[in-house]
Design a binder for this molecule. Structure first.
Ligand code: PHE
Length: 482
C-alpha cells in the first residue's frame, strides 16, 4: 500500500534545501529568546554552553530527522511507518510522526497569533507611534492592541491565508519559490539592522554584555545548573526539532545531497542568526540607556511575549531613524514566523494528501482553517478569555490560559518526547548499516561513528533531562526564563 502513495516533489538543489530548513528553524527563538537568555544567563557563559549542546543534541537529532525523512520520502507519519516496516519493525513507530504533526499544528496556531501582532506593529512603528514614546506610552499602545481582538483577527486571518497559499501550491510551485524570495529578504533585513548596530556608539558595550563570559552575572543566579538546562532546551527548540517540519522537508531532499555536511551548514546559519540578533538588540538597548536589568527583565512586571512588543519599541522610539528600523524589525519577525509556519503546515498537509488522496488545496485549506480557529482561541486568551481556564479542574493546568496550555503541551511535552523517540528509533531500532548507507555516504566514516555514538547514548540522555526540566519548570517547580 505504501508504494502507491503520491510523491510531493523534490527540492531543486542543496542551497534551497538549506534555506528551507533554516527558514523553518529560524524564528522568534533566534531573534528574541536566545539573546534574552544570554543576557539573563551570564553572556558568553550561556553562549558557549549553548554551542556545546547544539553539537550534542541539536545537530545529531536534526541529522536523524532529515535522514528519516529522506529514507521514507513521505509525510513524517508515513515516512516513519515505511522505514519501520522496511526494517522489520512494527508500524506503530509512526506515532513519532503523529507526535510531530500534532505539535507542529499547535505551534502553527501560536505562531500565527504572534505573527499577527508583529504585522500590526509594522504599521504602528511606521506611523511613528513609538517616536519618543514613554514607558507608559509603549504599554498603552500594547494594551490597546492586545485588547482589540478584531484587529488581531484580521492580521491572523491574513497570515494564515498567506501560509495556506504557499503550502497549497506544493513543493515546487509554492514552497520553493516562496523560500527563494523570503529567506534572502529576511537575511538582508538582518544585515541592514546589524549594519545600523555596528556603527552605533554602544555596539562594543552591547556585544560585550551579550558575548563576554561574565561570572558576576552568574553569581546572582540560584544555580549554575539553570544555565546548563536552559542552554540544553534552547539547543533543541531553536532547530524546530520534533515538530515534523524538518522530517517533512528531508523527504524532499534529493538522494545525491549529503546529509551530514548540509545539516552542519544549517545549524551554523541558525546560530549566526541568533548571534546577529543579539548583536542588534543589545547595542540598541544600551544606546538608549536602558539598563542591563531592563534588557533582562523587560519593563517592570512584564514577561513573555510582551517583552518584544514593549521594550524594543521603546528603544527604537529613542534613536534617529527609529521609525524605519522598528518597522523593518517587525517585518523581520513576520518573515521568520511565515517561513516557520509554512514548514509547520506542510507535514499534516502531506499526510492528508497521502492518506485520503485530497488535493493539496483541500488538505492545506482544511488544516489552515483548523489552525486558524485554534489561533482565535489563543488570541482571545490575551483579552476576552484571559480568565478562562480550559483545564481549570486539572491541578497542573489549573492556572494556564489557552495560549499557555497549548504552548506547554507542544513545547514542553510533545517536542521533547518526539525528539527522544527519534533518537531511540534512529540510534537503537535502525541498525548500523541502514543508517550508515544514508548518512555516511561520501561523508567520512568517523563523522558517522560520532553521530551514532551521540544519537545512541548522549542525545537521548540529555533529552530526558531537558524533558524533566521543562516539565518541572512549566509546572512552576523551578523558576527560570518565562
Ligand atoms: N525553532 C523555532 C525558533 O527558534 C521554534 C519552533 C519550534 C518552530 C518547533 C517550529 C517548531 O523560534
Amino acid at each position: 500500500m505504501l508504494d502507491n502513495i503520491p510523491e510531493h516533489g523534490h527540492w531543486s538543489g542543496r542551497l534551497v534545501f538549506i534555506l528551507a530548513v533554516s527558514g523553518s528553524a529560524i524564528s522568534l527563538g533566534n531573534i528574541w529568546r536566545f539573546p534574552y537568555m544570554a543576557g539573563e544567563y551570564g553572556g558568553g557563559i550561556f553562549v558557549i554552553t549553548y554551542l556545546v549542546f547544539l553539537l550534542l543534541i541539536g545537530l545529531p537529532i536534526m541529522m536523524a530527522e532529515i535522514m528519516l525523512g529522506r529514507m521514507g520520502g513521505h509525510s513524517p507519519i508515513y515516512s516513519i511507518r515505511k522505514v519501520a516496516e522496511t526494517n522489520g519493525q512494527h508500524r506503530y513507530w509512526q506515532v513519532i510522526g503523529w507526535l510531530g504533526a500534532i505539535a507542529g499544528f499547535l505551534i502553527l496556531s501560536l505562531h500565527s497569533v504572534f505573527a499577527s501582532w508583529s504585522m500590526g506593529y509594522i504599521f504602528r512603528a511606521a506611523s511613528g507611534a513609538f517616536e519618543g514614546v514613554s514607558v507608559d506610552g509603549v504599554k498603552a499602545v500594547f494594551g490597546f492592541f492586545i485588547n482589540d481582538p478584531e484587529k488581531q483577527l484580521a492580521w491572523h486571518t491574513l497570515f494564515m491565508l498567506g501560509t495556506y497559499y504557499v503550502v497549497s501550491r506544493g513543493v515546487n510551485r509554492g514552497l520553493e519559490p516562496a523560500i527563494k524570495v523570503l529567506m534572502p529578504l529576511l537575511l538582508l533585513i538582518l544585515l541592514v539592522l546589524l549594519g545600523h548596530a555596528v556603527v552605533s556608539d554602544s555596539f562594543t558595550e552591547g556585544v560585550r554584555f551579550f558575548l563576554l563570559p561574565d561570572l558576576g552575572r552568574i553569581s546572582y543566579l540560584e544555580q549554575m545548573s539553570h544555565v546548563i538546562l536552559a542552554a540544553m532546551g534552547q539547543a533543541f527548540f531553536t532547530l524546530s526539532l520534533g515538530a515534523g517540519a524538518i522530517m517533512a522537508y528531508g523527504a524532499y531532499l534529493p538522494k545525491n545531497i549529503p546529509i551530514m555536511s548540509t545539516t552542519l551548514t544549517i545549524v551554523l546559519l541558525d546560530t549566526c542568526v541568533a548571534i546577529i540578533a543579539g548583536m542588534i538588540i543589545f547595542p540598541l538597548l544600551f544606546s538608549t540607556g536602558l539598563h542591563a536589568v531592563d534588557v533582562v527583565n523587560g519593563l517592570p512586571g512584564q514577561y513573555g511575549p510582551e517583552l518584544i512588543f514593549q521594550t524594543l519599541p521603546l528603544a527604537f522610539g529613542q534613536i534617529p531613524g527609529g521609525v524605519f528600523y522598528a518597522a523593518v524589525f517587525f517585518l523581520l519577525l513576520v518573515l521568520v514566523a511565515w517561513t516557520s509556519a509554512i514548514a509547520l503546515l506542510e507535514p499534516f498537509t502531506a499526510y492528508l494528501v497521502e492518506r485520503f488522496s485530497f488535493s493539496r488545496q483541500r488538505a492545506a485549506g482544511m488544516l489552515a482553517t483548523m489552525a486558524w480557529l485554534l489561533g482565535i482561541a489563543t488570541l482571545l486568551s490575551f483579552n476576552e478569555w484571559s480568565d478562562f481556564r480550559l483545564l481549570g479542574n486539572v491541578a497542573i493546568f489549573a492556572d494556564k490560559t489557552i495560549y499557555q496550555l497549548l504552548d506547554f503541551l507542544a513545547s514542553n511535552i510533545l517536542l521533547p518526547l518526539g525528539g527522544l523517540m527519534i533518537a531511540i528509533f534512529a540510534g537503537w531500532v535502525l541498525d548500523w548499516h541502514t543508517t550508515e548507507d544514508e548518512l555516511a555516504h561520501g561523508q567520512g566514516y568517523s563523522s558517522y561513528a560520532i553521530w551514532r555514538f551521540c544519537i545512541r547514548y548522549i542525545t537521548p540522555l540529555l533529552l530526558v533531562i531537558v524533558f524533566c526540566y521543562s516539565l518541572l519548570k512549566a509546572l512552576g517547580e523551578i523558576p527560570g526564563v518565562p
